[in-house]
Design a protein around this ligand. Sequence first.
Ligand SMILES: Nc1ncnc2c1ncn2[C@@H]1O[C@H](COP(=O)(O)OP(=O)(O)OP(=O)(O)O)[C@@H](O)[C@H]1O
Ligand SMILES: O=P(O)(O)OC[C@H]1O[C@H](OP(=O)(O)OP(=O)(O)O)[C@H](O)[C@@H]1O
Ligand SMILES: O=C(O)c1cccnc1
Length: 470
Amino acid sequence: MQNFTATYTDLYQISMAQVYFQKGKHKHKAIFDYFFRKLPFEGGYAIFAGLETVLEILEDFQFSTSDLDYLKDQGLDPEFIEYLKDFKFQGTLTSSREGDIVFPTRPVLQVEGNMVEAQLVETLLLNILNFQTLIATKASRIRKSAGDAMLIDFGMRRAQGTGSYHASRAAFIGGFEATSNVAAGKDFNIPISGTMAHSFVQSYDDEVTAFRDFALSHPNTTVLLIDTYDTLKSGLHNAIKVGKEMESRGESLKGIRLDSGDLSYLAKKCRKALDEAGLDEVKIAASNQLDEYVIKSLKEQKGPIDVFGVGTNLVIGDPDAALDGVYKLAFANGKPRIKLSENLAKLTMPHKKQVYRIRNAKGELAGADTVTLREETEALHMNHPFDQSKSITFSNCSSEALLHPVMENGKRLYAPKTLIEIKTYSRKRLAEFTEEFQRFQNPHIYKIGLSDQLLEERDQLRNHYKNINS
Ligand SMILES: Nc1ncnc2c1ncn2[C@@H]1O[C@H](COP(=O)(O)OP(=O)(O)OP(=O)(O)O)[C@@H](O)[C@H]1O
Ligand SMILES: O=P(O)(O)OC[C@H]1O[C@H](OP(=O)(O)OP(=O)(O)O)[C@H](O)[C@@H]1O
Ligand SMILES: O=C(O)c1cccnc1
């Protein structure tokens, strides 16, 4: 939808790139890691989303003529501008599969390229991956509460601007079935769905005529919003009247929507009245500031709600609003690199790496991912990243490599995956995690450890920089 050129970045990336160019460092090889430090929503897992969006943009990531004119006007070095004329991202990406379950600290994706290209893509990657991962994770929590009820994304109007476009994509990956967002539906092949607004009912002098006209115009898809005046005294009766009229024409009313009041109480009253009128196929939809907690409560109250329309709390990733994903240099110009911090949890990991998911002899998850150097093929012994006294050896287990090559020298290595493929994969991967990891309160902590070799490399490098800077 939006045209993403290489100016979709922070100025400091271009400023640094100019220096790399002037000092000949643009030919140096660099490796960066994308990872996050804290799980969103105080939950037990995150769903990685946004990879296909990133790959699509990176395949054609360059500066347009007007971008270059603009940068020239900003006072950048003309020789550097000349270099940027031929700039095109030609790096290599090794990544977790989109939709996979990911955890803090371990690399989710690695970028290899020359110093300029690997640096310039940082902002784009963080912008796309942090947001979509946050929203896919939120969506999966809502899906968990909703059981087999249908979930429709209603978030576009209250999203953070055009972020709703990718929020709808991520919500589908995380477990929503449809969106009200027509642009996202068209571009990502997400089923579109919707009902009617209060303004439609208000625009008529009486509710029943509003319902009737809508039904005549949409014989197969009518869902009537019944709370504009009085849900039980007016909306429900008028909906039943129009539902019966549709039935006599051989059509069927698809549903009614509740958007205020006690949704469980009202849904029970409506279900009873609809069934008594012989309209048992008519579905009940509910909306109004829903989230995973309200939906869980509505389910516990046994509110007979078939469809939940969820907007604001989904697309703004409430209450977190952002995933704290970062992009850190792990290797440059032939040397491993590290970022030190007083806070041990903020220490970065040098080198090209692999991440392995450990499974027992039955193929079940052992509850841990091990981060290794890329060349290591064995991951069955891991160390706590920050507590030297803790390590685990997994006996009779196997390890599954989680990072896969997805782009080489700027070219994708496989045909784009469809959203439904990603969603299906994600659901299968999440199903491997027991309830303890998926519960909302104090979930079980999934372990992330480092191989002996990686730990040794990290600590050696840490001591080296500590000594030369002390
Ligand atoms: N049975 C229920 N159990 C738990 N939460 C509910 C139930 N029914 C509604 N809610 C939630 O309670 C909140 C009610 O908010 P609010 O008081 O603003 O709605 P309202 O009374 O319908 O008013 P309005 O007409 O302004 O929408 C919403 O988040 C709604 O989803
Ligand atoms: O509460 P959310 O989860 O964000 O879901 C979207 C909300 O947006 C609409 O209300 P709005 O008042 O904007 O329009 P309406 O007149 O059509 O109800 C809709 O009726 C929902 O209440
Ligand atoms: O179709 C709907 O009912 C809808 C769409 C967007 C926001 N709220 C409701």
